[in-house]
Design a protein around this ligand. Sequence first.
Ligand SMILES: [Fe+2]
Ligand SMILES: [Fe+2]
Length: 271
Amino acid sequence: MADLFSHITRILCETDPNEKAIQTRSLVKMWMNDGLEVAAPEQETAIPLQPGRPENLQLVAPGAVPRRKIGTLEGRIALLHAIAHIELNAIDLALDIIVRFAISSQLPDQFRNDFINDWLEVAADEARHFLMIEERLVQLGSHYGALSAHQGLWEAALNTRDHVLARLAIAPMLLEARGLDVTPSMIEKLQSTGDKTSANILNVIYQEEIGHVAKGVHWFNRLCKSNQIEPKSHFQKLVKERLPAGLRPPFNHEARQKAGLNDGYYLFSHP
Ligand SMILES: [Fe+2]
Ligand SMILES: [Fe+2]
């Protein structure tokens, strides 16, 4: 039987998004039930720099994705399509953090199993999120891949592939926390247009994303502690270095606090 990392590498390369989500869920079940051997990929190059995407998916620069009013069907489809793209990237991010850092000098050996468990749990959530949104898109007469999507999220992944603390700061603690800031108003707008089904799906995702940010904070703090680094100032240093424009108000202080991300991390002056 193949080891965990070969399974992950194969799923990262999978170009069919539904297949990627389904295979992620079955991999996590396999890991939870029987465990899998954990062996590092032979070379760093075995980890794909770009995850598999449908051939006909149009990837454009961030900001070039057309925005439409949520009040129209077209607008709701555009919103759900953008979220499906985020969830697909989130599956790849949760798998990538494992294959890239679980066996590395940056992660103490005794942390390895907990680290893999946590990020596989997140990957399974993201896979379920993707499938829920995709199902809704199909109900509304569309599907993932019907519209263009932007590369911003994966650029952040590439920009943090050298260090686990940079990845944790930028992916769960900045970008996923940003999701907590913006989702409640999306839920409200969907409700006000009468699309309760989509609003309910977003609400499930919102609640579970708090847990993902919490895992990010937990691992960031745990690794800072083991390296005798002060976490808040280190988070700020990494944000300034890697993605200063990514951290902007308004902040959902309540949800961030629930995830253990208090404002001592993210309220600081930066250009
Ligand atoms: Fe998600
Ligand atoms: Fe997430």
